[in-house]
Every structure is written in C-alpha cells, then in structure tokens.
Write a protein of this length. Structure first.
Length: 237
C-alpha cells in the first residue's frame, strides 16, 4: 500500500489551466510513476472561464471524465457534442483515432474535473462515446459503479476493458464505505478529507495505491467525494 500525497504531484500551469498529475504526463516523466494496475492517467484539472483544450488527437485509450464543479463542453470528430456536469459520467473511446476538444462551458466560473485513462482490451476499435447521469441521491447512498467493463457490473457507462471498474461516492461527515477487494486498487480524494482504516487521514488530492486490497473501510471526516479504480490486471498481463 502506497500513499501519494497531493503536494507531491507534478503540476502543469498555464494562463488558463492548472493540471495536477498523479502519474507521468506530458513533459512530466518519471519512469517509476507511469501507472498503477491499468490506470495510466489521473489528472485533476482546473480550467478558467472561456478557455480549454483545443482540438487534439487520441488513440487506443478509454478516457473517463468526471466533473466536480462547473461544466465542460465536449466536441469530437465523430459528431458527439455535449456538456458534462457534476453527476454526469462520460467515457470516450479513442479507438482507431479520434479528435476532440474540451472547453469550459462558462464565461464566468472555472470548471474542475478529473480525467482518467485506462487502456482498452483491444486496439483499433471504432471510436465511441457514452454518457449517463447518476442520481445525486444514489451517489450519496454509498459506493456507485460509474464505469466498468467487468462482467456482472451494473455501471452507468461501459469500458472496453474487462478487468477495470471505476466507483465513486459522495460522503457526508461520518459516512463510511468499504473499499472493493481487488488485486489493484487506486483511491483518489478529489475533495474533502477521509480516514482510511490502517492508513490514517487522507486530504484533498491524496491517493492510495493498493495491491491485494482487502476491503478496508474509509470514513469521511468532512463532506467528501472519492473515486476508486478496481482493477484485476496490470499492464503487461
């Protein structure tokens, strides 16, 4: 079990973007920090009003976007166009190649979101897009499966990876949940503060990387949100 503190993340800063990287990304390369399990990217992004990522390409990647505050406009080369907001799960399958842009939908308020990338089981699939709103009461009632390719999972959106699932929850102060048991687990705290059994306090931006996770409990010390990747393989398996 490895704790990665928020302050230790690499940061990309521009006039319109503050992006904090849990793993190597862009010009921030660390050969000892390229992935955990099947998760290659966990970017915690804050984009200023009337700004965003201009049209750019992706290939052979499952990209999940989860908005925490504000709204993000998505456009891609397959004709998809929509606004992503808190509680709306979105997945873009880059497949054989796709172009897309992501821009703040507001001219007055920043947008805060987490973007996560996992590899697909097969390369060269047809590019795809999926989104689905998750009821706020459901997110506040316990651990909810946001995205999954694992058999038997009732997820809001699907992944083209049979060994990966993303779960999320919004916890009130004192609420507790049990983490999934899995060979690889990545717990990220995008906001709030938690106490994890056997670990201690986790602050906003902290992450825990587990191998052979055994179903520990986490308890919210204040209103919090968490994102958990359950993975039953790693790169190269």
């Amino acid at each position: 079990m490895e704790i990665r503190r928020a302050a230790d993340r690499a940061v990309t800063r521009t006039s319109w973007l503050e992006s904090r990287h849990s793993f190597s990304f862009g010009g921030h390369y660390d050969p000892d920090n390229t992935h955990h399990g099947l998760l290659l990217v966990n970017n915690d992004d804050l984009v200023q009003p009337d700004a965003g990522f201009a049209t750019h390409p992706h290939r052979d990647m499952e990209i999940v976007t989860w908005v925490l505050q504000g709204a993000l406009t998505h456009r891609d080369s397959t004709g998809n166009h929509g606004v992503i907001y808190p509680g709306l799960a979105q997945r873009m399958s880059a497949g054989s190649g796709i172009l897309h842009s992501e821009e703040n939908d507001s001219s007055t308020e920043p947008v805060h979101f987490v973007q996560m990338w996992v590899i697909p089981d097969e390369t060269g699939i047809s590019p795809g897009y999926q989104q689905h709103e998750i009821d706020a009461e459901l997110l506040c009632s316990g651990l909810v499966t946001i995205a999954s390719g694992m058999p038997g999972h009732d997820a809001a959106i699907t992944l083209h990876n049979r060994n990966a699932a993303l779960h999320g929850a919004r916890l009130r102060c004192g609420d507790a949940i049990e983490l999934p048991a899995a060979p690889y687990l990545h717990l990220f705290v995008p906001r709030g503060r938690l106490t994890c059994e056997g670990i201690g306090d986790l602050e906003q931006g902290d992450a825990v990387r587990c191998t052979d996770a055994d179903g520990r409990r986490v308890t919210a010390s204040e209103p919090s949100e968490l994102l958990i990747w359950e993975m039953h393989a790693t790169l190269g398996d």
